[in-house]
Ligand binder design. Structure first.
Ligand code: SF4
Length: 337
């Protein structure tokens, strides 16, 4: 492969270095869990290879993927239902530097979609034609900022459409841990100006220089940021960056973004420090001056109430004691549009 992987494109379109750093320090465990989830979906039909993926997870990771929501039959349009058992799982897609499907070893960019359906539409509703429908699994609706318009998913969709001679393609996201259902992007015609513009974006992102760094809001989505010197540069001189906090009224609208950037970057470094300390403490005790030992402890959780099971067993009682609009809420700060 000459360029960057499709999964790197959403950040690589802004910073070429992100792809190389993410490949080295990337979402290894997340990818392993996602692959293992396909084995769970296959159930008894899973082969030795798929079952092997389950065996490679930690007990905590295995417990987590068992709580993930299984996707239902896929309904990209009210007149089309695609039964899950007809999906192709983890399909490899490869596009050449000219934008054609090709052998992965000759490709500019390569990726694997979670679910792929190819369906011929002959009825009323959507335009008649052959559709490539991609469903990608994301842990949560917050995992991908661009939603179904993510360049990664559009690359899967366009590749699948070209590979299967489809007239149209559409991509959707199935959130594994939250959300109300599938989130769909628009339907694209494969031979259209929109699809040509998507290819241009894919080509540019996949070809971006792996030695050129460009910091920006996209850094928050970069798996390589704990290892990126550009991103962590402000942390190397925290005294200068924190100077505004040392005087009353020193934090202003003008310097708050810079201080917040330092806070976010320092958090990334501290997470790394914590991971290392935890790994160290698993091997040998970390003893404080007072003789206490910093170690992993098991906390007993009290019994929990399974609201969903109660609702299924006693729907009338559940409704009687549910106050509409008074669900629990938590407050927090996050980047929003
Ligand atoms: S953290 Fe930002 S600057 Fe560094 S590699 Fe990632 S995207 Fe590029």
């Amino acid at each position: 492969m000459a360029g960057h992987r499709m999964s790197s494109l959403p950040v690589a379109q802004f910073c070429g270095a992100s792809a190389a750093l993410s490949a080295k320090h990337g979402a290894g465990r997340a990818a392993a869990m996602s692959s293992a989830f396909h084995a769970l979906l296959a159930g008894d039909a899973a082969g030795d290879r798929e079952r092997g993926r389950l065996a490679r997870l930690t007990p905590e990771e295995l417990a987590e993927i068992q709580t993930w929501k299984r996707p239902p039959d896929v309904i990209p349009h009210p007149t089309i239902t695609l039964p899950l058992h007809l999906a192709k799982h983890e399909t490899e897609h490869a596009l050449s530097k000219d934008g054609y499907p090709c052998d992965p070893k000759d490709a500019l960019t390569v990726g694997h979609s979670d679910l792929l359906f190819v369906v011929d539409v002959e009825s009323t509703g959507p335009d008649v034609g052959r559709y490539a429908v991609i469903v990608d699994f994301k842990r949560s609706t917050f995992t991908t900022e661009d939603g179904p318009e993510s360049l990664q998913l559009l690359a899967y969709g366009l590749s699948a459409a070209l590979e299967s001679h489809c007239t149209h393609f559409q991509v959707g996201i199935w959130p594994l841990t939250d959300g109300d259902g599938m989130e769909w992007g628009p339907v694209y015609e494969t031979q259209s100006f929109e699809a040509a513009a998507i290819w241009e974006r894919i080509r540019e992102a996949a070809s971006s220089s792996p030695t050129e760094y460009a910091t920006g809001p996209h850094c928050r989505r970069c798996y390589g940021r704990p290892h990126c010197q550009e991103y962590l540069l402000p942390v190397s001189d925290p005294a200068a960056a924190l100077a505004p906090l040392s005087v009353p009224g020193g934090l202003t609208a003008a310097n708050a973004p810079e201080v917040l950037a330092l806070y976010e970057r320092a958090k990334v470094v501290m997470e790394l420090v914590k991971d290392n300390l935890e790994a160290f403490a698993e091997r040998e005790p970390i003893r404080g001056a007072d003789g206490k030992i910093w170690r992993k402890v098991t906390c007993a959780n009290g019994p929990s109430f399974n609201g969903k099971a109660f609702q299924a067993e006693h729907p009338e009682l559940a409704q009687k004691y549910t106050s509409p609009g008074k669900g629990t809420r938590s407050m927090g700060f996050r980047w929003t549009k």
